[in-house]
Design a protein around this ligand. Structure first.
Ligand code: AVJ
Length: 355
């Protein structure tokens, strides 16, 4: 059932002042940078869905298969009665896998793409008709007040897709701390993290043969033109992907293919040929890095699972610096990691008994 709560209605004006500010400041600074979260208007959210189906984009299908094979273990470790709060829920593509296993008393999807949020919630409510669902429209980078209906319920945060990779390390640490605040003490968090791997796998994942990622990147310029009265000549930009090995990140840029002048919301900008706008970082983490990141962000890892090829990790953590059963948990985490390395994990996922 889909429930509307008055205390959660957030109204956005037609021009989002935060978008305007980020674009104007970002284009005025050097290097020119626009935060990746502005990709996700309606068109951008749909383009990202198309990316998740690309043969080169191993991220989505690897995480999905991994989640299918470990969802029951997650449910067992989380225990019963936890409300699930998903950060950046988007299309909620992987959510049914977790909901079927955990059977939470309530589900709270949080996303900035409003239409997308409601449509996905609508679809999920049909799949899980008995589960209360409270969509929250908002930016999860800021501390949010969760719907009063889940007050008093323990929580399991869900942050899949390696979305955390969009943030630089200090911002990721801040976000993890914000999530701990939003979720409250005693909470758990299941986070998906993409691993460092050979650039021959990474680069095509962000520069696919069909050019969907290019369209996704360029849509940001169309969005600027649409929403901020821009005159950016989109055809004078091209999509560029690079692997920054020192920073262990994929970078996406929009490069001017000729000298250009344009206006955005009364601001005038000039770019010379070859200059870029840095539109996305996608940080990748080594086997131990992600657990250090979680600890720095105020979470204690309880278990980590990876696919056989070590492309992707799922980490389950509890809020707080120290887990009460640290010694035994560490042991079980180690054995779980060993297990997931030694064992081929199937991707058969039966959602028929979803409710
Ligand atoms: C949604 C942030 C996880 O970094 O892999 C995909 C976004 N950008 N292709 C990623 C994205 C280009 C994606 N995340």
């Amino acid at each position: 059932m889909l429930l509307y709560q008055n205390d959660q209605s957030v109204c956005f004006a037609k021009v989002d002042p935060a978008f305007r500010r980020d674009v104007l400041n970002g284009l005025a600074s050097r290097p020119r940078t626009i935060p990746a979260r502005w990709f996700y208007d309606r068109a951008g959210s749909e383009l990202f869905e198309a990316i998740t189906a690309l043969p080169e984009y191993y991220v989505a299908r690897t995480e999905r298969a991994l989640l299918c094979s470990v969802a029951d273990e997650v449910a067992a470790l989380a225990g019963p009665g936890r409300a699930i709060v998903e950060f950046g829920s988007g299309s909620c593509a992987k959510t049914p896998i977790l909901l079927s296993a955990v059977k939470p008393p309530a589900y709270v999807p949080i996303d900035i793409a409003k239409d997308f949020l409601w449509e996905s919630a609508e679809r999920l409510s049909q799949l899980f008709p008995d589960m209360p669902l409270y969509p929250v429209e908002g930016d999860f980078a800021r501390a949010l007040r969760l719907p009063s209906a889940i007050e008093g319920m323990p929580r399991l945060g869900f942050f899949p897709g390696s979305t955390i990779g969009n943030l630089l390390v200090p911002e990721a640490v801040d976000l993890l701390r914000t999530m701990a605040t939003t979720l409250g003490s005693g909470s758990m968090l299941l986070v998906g993290i993409d691993r460092i791997k050979d650039p021959s796998i990474l680069l095509p994942a962000y520069n696919d043969a069909q050019g969907v990622t290019a369209v996704f990147n360029l849509n940001l310029l169309h969005r600027i033109n649409r929403e901020l009265r821009g005159s950016v000549p989109v055809d004078a930009f091209r999509h560029v992907t690079l692997w920054n090995d020192d920073e262990a990140r994929i970078e996406m840029h929009l490069e001017a293919t000729r000298d250009v002048d344009f206006e955005i919301a009364d601001g005038c900008f000039s770019m010379t040929r070859g200059e870029t706008i840095h539109t996305e970082n996608s940080l990748k983490y080594g086997p131990r890095d992600a657990r250090v990141l979680l600890r720095a962000g105020g979470w204690s890892p309880v278990a980590e699972w990876g696919d056989q090829e070590e492309l992707f990790s799922l980490i389950l953590a509890t809020a707080g610096p120290d887990h009460p059963h640290r010694a035994s948990t560490n042991k079980s985490m180690l054995s779980r990691i060993m297990e997931s390395c030694n064992q081929a994990r199937g991707s058969n996922c039966n959602l028929e008994g979803a409710h």
